[in-house]
Design a protein around this ligand. Sequence first.
Ligand code: PRP
Length: 193
Amino acid sequence: MYQDIREVVFTQGDIRAAVARLGIQISRDYQDRDLVLVSVLRGGAFFVTDLARAIPAYLSLDFMAISRYGPRARGEKGVRILKDLDEDILGKDVILVEDIIDTGLTCAYLVRILNERSPRSLKVCCLLDRRERRLVNLPLAYVGFKVSDAFLVGYGLDYREMYRNLPFIGLLTDGARERLSPSSTTPTGQGSR
Ligand code: PRP
């Protein structure tokens, strides 16, 4: 698997430092609050579990899973909830935790439906912010790194469901992309990443 990476963009150390920094910021901002970290399967699971361990305070974790149909441009019309939260967030302080925000459409949709449940507060935390691709205005309270428009894998980010388990974030070789991308099929998820 490692031979498929042509460049490491963020090392394990970079990621660890960013997660620690975000954990400190969140800990300060949410002292004595009823904090819930909400993450989106699958990619976000890696980041949120590390982030939770970097926050030395009471908190709970909850997960959603969504599926998308067709291109991102369909926006919310193409999103369906496959797994909803297990807990009620009414009156809670919620942070929506994402591994990467591109167009912002997924996050904007989730922010809208979570706000309808009347949390006490709702903010967004993402490890990677790829603003170049943004299609909607989305305030981000906590950002690990700003990234350019390159195809990234690792630390939760996949290509055709592979490479999520890389402990760093990097760029795939063209050869690996071609090998995993039969021309007869269309990439799913963040395949356009
Ligand atoms: C990624 C990421 C966000 C979304 C961001 O998920 O985890 O949920 O894409 O893209 P957007 O800002 O353009 O909406 P992906 O669809 O790759 O699924 P995954 O979490 O299973 O990898």
